[in-house]
Design a protein around this ligand. Structure first.
Ligand SMILES: Nc1nc2c(c(=O)[nH]1)N(C=O)[C@@H](CNc1ccc(C(=O)N[C@@H](CCC(=O)O)C(=O)O)cc1)CN2
Ligand SMILES: Nc1ncnc2c1ncn2[C@@H]1O[C@H](COP(=O)(O)OP(=O)(O)OP(=O)(O)O)[C@@H](O)[C@H]1O
Length: 186
C-alpha cells in the first residue's frame, strides 16, 4: 500500500479510539517498554505526544524512567517547520513545555543538547513487518535519524500494518517497534 493511503487509514482508526481504549493501550505500552534493556542507555530522546491525535502517551514512559532510572538523561525535540529539522533539548519537566502552532509541546528554556543519544523513541502512524514507518509525511524523523547513531525504537498503539510499497532512499528502518502486546525486533 502507498504511504498516503496508509496515513489516511491510520489517522482515522486512531481517532476512533475511545478515551478508555486509549488509556488502556497506553498502560499496556508502558508494560512492554519497561522490558527493554536500559543497561547501556545513558541518554534517551523521547518525543512529546500530540494526545489530540492519540499518539502514545510518552509522559507515562518519562515518569517511569525518572523514577526507575534517574541516571538516564531525557532529551526532547523541538521542530523547525521551515527547515524541517529537529534539535535535541534537555528536558526540564512538564512546566517548561508549551504548545506550538501544530499543537506539539516543545521545550522553552531547556538548553540545546549536542551530546550523544543512545536511544530514540519515534512517533509513527503505521509501520510494516520490515520496520519501515509512515509518519505525518514531512520527513522530520528521516532527516533527524540520519545524524544520530542511536537505537531507533518506534512506539505504536496498533500492530504492524500493510507493506509500505513506496519506500524511498531516505526512509530509515526501525530497530524495534513497541506495541501494547509485544516488542518487535527488525
Ligand atoms: N509528537 C510528535 N512530534 C513530532 C512529530 C510527530 O509525529 N509526533 N513529527 C513527525 O514527523 C514532526 C512533526 N510533524 C508534523 C508534520 C505535519 C504537520 C501538519 O502539517 N499538520 C497539519 C495537517 C496537514 C497539513 O496541513 O499539511 C495540521 O495538523 O494542521 C504537523 C506535524 C516533529 N514532531
Ligand atoms: N534525509 C532527507 N533529506 C532530504 N529529503 C528527505 C529526507 N528524508 C525525507 N525526505 C523527504 O521528505 C518527504 C517526506 O518523507 P516521508 O513521506 O518518508 O515522511 P514520513 O516518514 O511519513 O514523515 P515523518 O518522518 O515526518 O514522520 C519525502 O519527499 C522525502 O523524500
Amino acid at each position: 500500500m502507498l504511504k498516503s493511503e496508509i496515513r489516511k487509514q491510520a489517522l482515522k482508526s486512531r481517532l476512533s479510539l475511545s478515551d478508555e481504549e486509549y488509556k488502556t493501550l497506553n498502560n499496556e505500552l508502558l508494560k512492554q517498554f519497561i522490558a527493554l534493556d536500559f543497561d547501556r542507555v545513558k541518554t534517551i530522546h523521547v518525543f512529546l505526544p500530540i494526545t489530540e491525535k492519540k499518539e502514545p502517551n510518552t509522559f507515562l514512559l518519562i515518569e517511569w524512567l525518572t523514577q526507575n532510572h534517574p541516571e538516564i538523561k531525557i532529551i526532547v525535540p523541538k521542530a523547525d517547520f521551515d527547515m524541517v529539522i529537529m534539535t535535541n533539548h534537555e528536558y526540564l519537566g512538564i512546566d517548561d513545555l508549551q504548545k506550538n502552532l501544530y499543537d506539539i509541546l516543545e521545550p522553552q528554556r531547556g538548553n540545546v543538547y549536542e551530546g550523544a543519544v543512545d536511544m530514540v523513541l519515534i512517533p509513527l502512524l503505521a509501520f510494516d513487518k520490515k520496520g519501515y514507518r509512515v509518519g505525518y509525511g514531512k520527513g522530520f524523523y528521516d532527516r533527524f535519524l540520519e545524524s544520530l547513531n542511536a537505537q531507533k525504537i518506534g512506539l505504536s498503539l496498533s500492530s504492524a500494518g500493510n507493506k509500505i510499497d513506496d519506500v524511498n532512499e531516505y526512509d530509515i528502518r526501525l530497530d524495534f517497534c513497541i506495541t501494547p502486546t509485544e516488542i518487535i525486533k527488525f
